[in-house]
Design a protein around this ligand. Structure first.
Ligand SMILES: [Zn+2]
Length: 265
């Protein structure tokens, strides 16, 4: 637990009514909102934050991109780690937080959902794929690093578990990897550009479940604020940008968003 983290018992289940009412008023007043999400929205779906200590991810060292490219041994270690942690993501379903975000998109309140998450749960909860900007890619499918062809994970998993067979692209023979952005891999240019444009163009920037410490992603809330947007932060713990925000709500995400978007208590 870091120095600025509230102990778990101090995190309220929902925010107080004044804060919820303020969020409702800000959403009402907004013509073009952007939602930015981090691991905190998905922990309520049972997906552990891979950065938190002691989790299943901690048992397997992450393989960075250069290692992956350089050796078969590293690629085997990569896929071993992927499939050891696969179930937590593959079995996860969207929670009330995701559904509230989807509802905001459906109402035309939110033009884009920028996410640091790789679990695909915004799309699974009904946000059209072209409205989701995945800064760190997506771990629910794989793709060829050479030609971009996409692959389902299940056949790759079966072949790997049977004999640690490494996937190779059927079209070009290139290396196949989950469609995520690994450590040491460049941030995706198109997504970064779109996220920048959306941040500049929005009038309300709502960050949900991100501790706002991983850059460059955490730069978008500040960019939106500089460009004149209202900045709202919903997170269980305080974040690095709370001083910049117009409204900070430290509470559980699903119940808070549900109350603000659907009026439930
Ligand atoms: Zn290929």
């Amino acid at each position: 637990m870091g120095p600025n983290r509230l102990p778990a018992w101090r995190v309220p289940v929902t925010a107080d009514k004044t804060a919820i009412d303020r969020l409702i008023a800000l959403l009402d007043a907004s013509q073009r909102g952007v939602v930015f999400t981090g691991a905190g929205i998905s922990t309520e779906s049972g997906i552990p934050d891979f950065r938190s200590p002691g989790g299943i991810w901690a048992k397997y060292r992450p393989i960075d991109f250069q290692e992956f490219m350089a050796s078969e041994g590293a690629r085997r270690a990569y896929w071993r780690r992927k499939f050891a942690t696969h179930e937590a993501v593959a079995g996860a379903e969207p929670n009330r937080g995701h559904l509230a975000v989807t509802e905001l998109v459906r109402r035309g309140k939110v033009s884009a959902v920028i996410t640091q998450n790789i679990d695909g749960l915004h799309q699974a909860s009904g946000v059209p794929a072209d409205r989701v900007i995945e800064l760190h890619g997506n771990t629910t499918y794989a793709h060829c690093l050479n030609c971009g062809r996409e692959y389902d994970l299940e056949p790759i998993r079966e072949a790997f578990l049977a004999g640690e067979t490494l996937p190779v692209c059927g079209a070009c023979g290139g290396l196949v990897k989950t469609a995520t952005v690994s450590f040491g891999q460049a941030m995706p240019e198109a997504e970064m550009g779109r996220a920048r444009e959306e941040s500049v163009a929005c009038d309300l920037f709502l960050t949900i479940g991100s501790s706002l410490v991983v850059y460059p992603a955490a730069g978008f809330p500040a960019l939106a604020k500089e460009s004149g947007a209202v900045l709202v932060i919903v997170n269980r713990e305080p974040t690095g940008l709370d001083d910049l925000a117009d409204l900070v709500i430290n509470a559980e995400i699903g119940p808070t968003l549900d109350a603000a978007v659907n009026g439930s208590k």
